[in-house]
Ligand binder design. Structure first.
Ligand SMILES: [Zn+2]
Length: 107
């Protein structure tokens, strides 16, 4: 559970564009991904967004983005691809989603 003030600080660092993307306005890594201080360490902003949305990214697993914006922190625009499918290529099929995130998306 993240402190309210940390979440408020996070929520002040993006704006929502016309596509529903939450575009990160805070600092970024050279790679273009958002960077956020969670009170203990710097983390990827979209990972923090997933974390506060109660989505756990398993250790060592990559996240993929569905909207093409690395600096988007909308948790709905990120997912962890199923291991058997690897982590390459555009993912558009619903069954590419992991069971646990599939459950969340249909909840
Ligand atoms: Zn997006």
């Amino acid at each position: 559970m993240q402190p309210e003030k940390t979440i408020a600080r996070f929520q002040a660092k993006y704006h929502i564009d016309e596509n529903g993307c939450w575009i990160w306005t805070g600092s970024k890594y050279q790679s273009g991904y958002g960077q956020f201080w969670d009170g203990e360490r710097y983390t990827l902003a979209h990972l923090f967004s997933l974390r506060i949305s109660d989505i756990t990214v398993p250790e060592g697993r990559r996240t993929l983005n569905t909207c093409g914006h690395r600096d988007c922190v909308n948790p709905e625009h990120w997912f962890v691809p199923a291991p058997k499918r690897g982590a390459r290529g555009p993912i558009t099929e619903y069954d590419d989603y992991d069971g646990w995130i599939e459950k969340r998306l249909t909840a």
